[in-house]
Design a protein around this ligand. Sequence first.
Ligand SMILES: Nc1nc2c(ncn2[C@@H]2O[C@H](COP(=O)(O)OP(=O)(O)O)[C@@H](O)[C@H]2O)c(=O)[nH]1
Ligand SMILES: [Mg+2]
Length: 229
Amino acid sequence: MHLIPVGTDIMQANRETADANREAFLRNGVYAINIMSAPGAGKTSVLERTIELLKPTYRLGVIEGDLVTTFDADRIAAMGVPSYQITTGTVCHLDARMVHNSLHHFDISSLDVLFIENVGNLVCPAEFELGEDLKIMVYSTVEGAEKPKKYPLMFHEAEAVVLNKIDLLPYSGVSLDELTRNVREVNPYAPIFPVSCRTGEGLGGWIDWLKRQIDEARADRQHTISATA
Ligand SMILES: Nc1nc2c(ncn2[C@@H]2O[C@H](COP(=O)(O)OP(=O)(O)O)[C@@H](O)[C@H]2O)c(=O)[nH]1
Ligand SMILES: [Mg+2]
């Protein structure tokens, strides 16, 4: 009997499509950001706050991922930003193929930044490359200080960790210091941004950092294009 390692093939196929997405983003000058978190941690809220602050400077688009409904894409469209909702049915993450297919719904050459809000799940989204330039994670401080140790993969993969809902710390009793230490243990490098989308606290530092990432990547690309022209 000949066994085919199905899991390996799926991940390899996903990587190849992610590479094609990366190439499409590069060719069209789009900086793509994958936002991951458990359901309800505040991905859409962080996006809304981020869009308010980036919209004057960049041309933005948003891909939303959920099992069902267009609630989140509708929230983004209400802000005057092009959005497309992927509904995955029962699948707990976005994969590169879903993102690839959804690109046809945008004129991506007219965008500077494409946000991809992943399906709410603390595990699976971190396993699937989408071809993004940046992976960020939103974590709700209400969920407890120990989760980075119990669910390390997403914390490890993230290039920035946004610790949301700090306005609720006095009520949840969660220690921000302990949570930050636990994130650091799993990921020594990613910047950590404690924020509240409710009060706006901490969002300035997050936005400044994000703008720097976008601008540096765009400058690098410009440099590469000029060097090869
Ligand atoms: N108190 C408080 N609530 C928040 C904050 N950010 C988001 N929420 C609420 O948390 C819930 C889930 O937010 P949402 O952005 O939809 O989370 P998502 O499922 O990760 O996209 C909503 O009721 C938000 O109003 C915050 O910083 N503080
Ligand atoms: Mg959402």
